[in-house]
Design a protein around this ligand. Structure first.
Ligand code: FES
Length: 336
């Protein structure tokens, strides 16, 4: 990338930061069973904002649905973004639309990239564990680590070769020795395999995990058993939290800037309760995974239910994710 392109990409980033970005679906390809890969380019042909491995974008579909997808292409390529969309059996319209209705040439709006799952500098080695469509952010990381010639290995768990997204790419010469596919394992065999992989950890090795919730919990559990330091484990979840984890007892939120108090019922979120009172908080996933709605806390103790705040954010009690989280104290004072 030359300086002129860099400047243009920076301008594109500033433009996108101020609002949405218009893109055209340049290409739609199958990448595995029930997975479509979308290549997106700016409608006006300008460079897209730069991103770092682990970043995601919000995709605004014509129906008004907004979904988050990790960017899995080359970070150095500002001419296009690549995302992969798995058709979810329980689709509420997002992945179903992408698979059944979206066509090459269609126009979409997207957000600027955001990164809640960055690749940390300074590790001696990186161990990447992916399952299912969780391969997407880790593929971007693997591409980067190949480019920078850093030490890493990617372990990818999938139901079968046909279900393994980007399996052909991962088998290409520049990835082959750096990637291991684990196919058709049940939960017990997956746990045993994770035990073998994580027994190989070292003090200077960072561990990145992405995939369905049961896989993440299994991998985290094995890592803890094997003595991996929590500070070396980085996780990104896919999918919404079960509704039952969102509901709990009632409490009150107080808005510090106006002094208003709003009651939050046992079955509603802080976002929903405030919206009823005309107080809008920007949201995107509404599942506690994207970070769009993170809000400052000035007093009270949040009951964290999200998958986006870091361990130190959780214990500082200075932020809450109001689309899913609640309060452990009767009153939670928000910086609103
Ligand atoms: S809207 Fe995504 S974390 Fe709240």
């Amino acid at each position: 990338m030359n300086d002129e392109t860099l400047t243009a990409a920076t301008r594109a980033g500033e433009k996108a930061a101020a609002g949405m970005l218009g893109v055209r679906v340049r290409q739609l390809d199958p990448a595995a069973l029930d997975v479509r890969v979308l290549t997106l380019a700016a409608t006006d042909g300008s460079p897209l904002p730069r991103f770092t491995p682990g970043a995601h974008i919000d995709v605004h579909l014509p129906s008004g649905i907004v979904r988050q997808y990790s960017l899995c292409g080359e970070v150095s390529d500002s001419s296009q973004y690549t995302i992969a969309v798995k058709l979810e059996e329980s689709s509420r319209g997002g992945s179903r639309y992408v698979h059944d209705a979206l066509r090459e040439g269609d126009l979409l709006r997207i957000s600027a990239p955001r990164n809640n799952f960055p690749l940390r500098a300074g590790a001696g080695r990186h161990l990447l564990l992916a399952a299912g469509i969780g391969i997407t952010p880790l593929l971007a990381m693997a591409r980067q680590l190949v480019a920078t010639q850093e030490d890493f290995h990617l372990h990818y768990f999938a139901r079968s070769y046909a279900h393994a997204t980007f399996a052909d790419l991962l088998g290409a010469p520049f990835f082959r020795d750096l990637t291991t596919l684990h196919l058709s394992l049940d939960a017990e065999a997956t746990g045993l395999q994770l035990g073998r992989i994580l027994a190989d950890g070292s003090d200077r090795c960072d561990l990145y995990i992405c995939g369905p919730r049961p896989f993440i919990e299994a991998a985290r559990g094995v890592a803890h058993t094997q003595g991996w330091p929590e500070d070396n484990i980085y996780v990104e979840h896919f999918g919404a939290l079960p509704v039952s984890t969102v509901a709990a007892g009632a409490f009150t939120v107080r808005l510090a800037r106006t002094g208003r108090s709003v009651d939050v019922g046992p079955s509603e979120t802080i976002v929903a309760a405030l919206a009823k009172e005309g107080v809008g908080i920007p949201t995107s996933c509404e599942s506690g995974i994207c970070g769009t709605c993170i809000t400052g806390v000035l007093d009270g103790v949040p009951d964290h239910r999200d998958d986006v705040l870091s361990a130190s954010d959780r214990t500082s009690y200075r932020h809450v994710v109001p689309c899913v989280s609640r309060s452990k104290t009767p009153v939670l004072v928000l910086d609103l």
